[in-house]
Design a protein around this ligand. Structure first.
Ligand code: ACO
Length: 435
């Protein structure tokens, strides 16, 4: 790969008395990587990078982010433009297919989403037998895995139509499954998808419509949900997406790979942070709105406590998604004429943290999860379903990333190495001789 001056850049590495040249890969936005794929073969050494902060696991054409400058683009389009002008369905098409759809393509995709939106009736039985206190993320992960039994896919990955149907099926059905899970958890009748409603409108209706209180769909709620899901639609090689790629590399079916992504997203350091933020803001509220003990705890190195919704592995500037979701939260509350005391607390907390030397030094800014819970609360989503909402939004990204791997003729099994630091050879001791 040639650099700006037309030369193939290489990195020279001297190790173990040997010097090797390693090719430098240059991305379309100028970012650089040393290709170490021949390192072990040439030198006998591997690299060690706990947390993979310096390791590129693939080349990708899907999402570009620049953490220093707070840039995020899907297929080259800035996320703020998509949040303003696009819909979640259109953005999903863009991520998966690489281009914005024509009107005809978008209509076809929307019809497919509608056609795939019902869930096999027998799946209801699973929901009914899950213990009532189960976390919705565990349920969603299991249910997506179960889709393989209800909608088996062909073992060959060559039939494009069949693959596309499966991918559309996942995006469509997860929305029905999430709403179904909520209704059943409340002991209420399941609400079916309607062909006259858009993707987001359908979800809200399936969640909140009831025979005794018909749900009034509100344009601002639909817009806010579109924005929320667009902002969550992809984020290159984060923890859950890497899980999808890694699990998928074993050539397991795509449902299982996505199910692994959902499980990875559940963690409080990742997607679970949106639930943790609201719990933190509620704790501050219960503490009379006194922010300072929470900030002090987060700074205390003897305390594992962290300010939830702050910090990011890649963003060392303000997360561009946080800015948009903050604006969306304000617009939604104003339109719905709701006042949420947690939004005031969040704003105060942000102001305090951004002026604090600790947060400045560590370059900790609000991330997407900091304000997203305020939007979800205004939409009526229960706190324990926040991370499910994130997962529904991330579905097109996981699918696009899985597909990018699956379409790559050089797709290899992910199999990292390690540096073993355990016991050297020792021998089996019969139990009666052990002390
Ligand atoms: N509050 C207080 N200190 C923090 C915070 C925080 N939110 N985030 C990072 N730090 C500190 C750590 O204590 C650590 O300090 P040390 O070097 O003195 O030990 C330093 O910053 C680096 O922390 P790491 O965990 O090594 O950094 P990493 O890049 O892995 O962290 C992460 C990123 C996990 C997101 C972290 O900032 C965090 O835990 N934030 C809170 C949880 C959160 O909001 N997660 C959502 C992320 S966005 C997403 O996944 C959708």
């Amino acid at each position: 790969m040639k650099n700006e001056n037309g030369f193939q850049e290489t990195a020279s590495l001297t190790v173990g008395g040997k010097t090797v040249q390693l090719p430098v890969i240059i991305g379309s936005e100028g970012e650089r990587a040393i290709d170490i794929s021949s390192l072990r073969e040439k030198t006998g050494y591997i690299t060690l990078d706990p947390g993979l902060g310096n390791t590129g696991i693939c080349k990708s054409q899907i999402t570009f982010m620049n953490g220093e400058e707070g840039i995020l683009r899907y297929r080259g389009i800035p996320v703020d433009e998509l949040a303003e002008h696009s819909t979640f369905v259109e953005t999903a098409y863009l991520l998966i297919n690489g281009i914005l759809p024509t009107r005809m393509q978008l209509n076809k995709f929307s019809v497919q989403l509608n056609d795939q939106s019902l869930v096999h009736e027998d799946m209801k039985g699973f929901y009914q037998n899950i213990p009532p206190r189960s976390h919705p993320m565990g349920i969603l992960s299991s249910m997506v895995n179960t889709l393989e039994s209800f909608y088996p896919i062909l073992k060959t990955t060559t039939k494009i139509e069949e693959i596309n149907t499966t991918l559309t099926r996942i995006i469509s059905k997860v929305r029905t499954m999430a709403a179904m899970s909520y209704k059943i958890s409340r002991g209420h009748r399941v609400v079916y998808p309607r062909p006259d409603l858009c993707y987001c409108g359908n979800f809200l209706n399936m969640m909140f419509d009831s025979p005794v209180r018909p749900y009034q769909l509100d344009k601002s709620a639909i817009k806010a949900l579109n924005v929320f899901w667009i902002l969550h639609a992809d984020h290159e090689q984060n923890c859950s997406t890497s899980a999808v790629r890694l699990v998928g590399s074993g050539r397991v079916n795509v449902y299982a790979a996505i199910s692994a992504g959902i499980a990875a997203l559940w963690g409080p350091l990742h997607g679970g942070a949106n639930q943790a933020v609201i719990e933190m803001l509620e704790a501050i509220q219960a503490n009379g709105g006194n922010i300072s003990p929470f900030v002090e705890r987060a700074k205390d190195k003897n305390d594992p406590y962290r300010l939830m919704g702050f910090g990011h592995r890649v963003y060392k500037a303000y997360d561009p998604r946080a800015k948009i979701i903050n604006k969306t939260a304000h617009a939604l509350l104003e339109k719905m004429q709701i006042s949420d005391p947690l939004l005031d607390i969040a704003q105060k907390l942000e102001q305090v943290a951004l002026k604090d030397d600790y947060f400045i030094e560590y370059r900790l800014y609000p991330n997407v999860d900091f304000y997203s819970g305020i939007v979800l609360r205004a939409l009526g989503i229960p706190t324990n379903m926040f991370t499910v909402m994130f997962a529904l939004g991330r579905m097109p990204g996981w699918i696009a990333q899985w597909k990018e791997d699956a379409d790559d003729p050089n797709w290899r099994l992910y199999r990292p190495r390690q540096i073993y630091i355990g016991q050297n050879t020792t021998h089996y001791i019969p139990i009666e001789e052990r002390v």
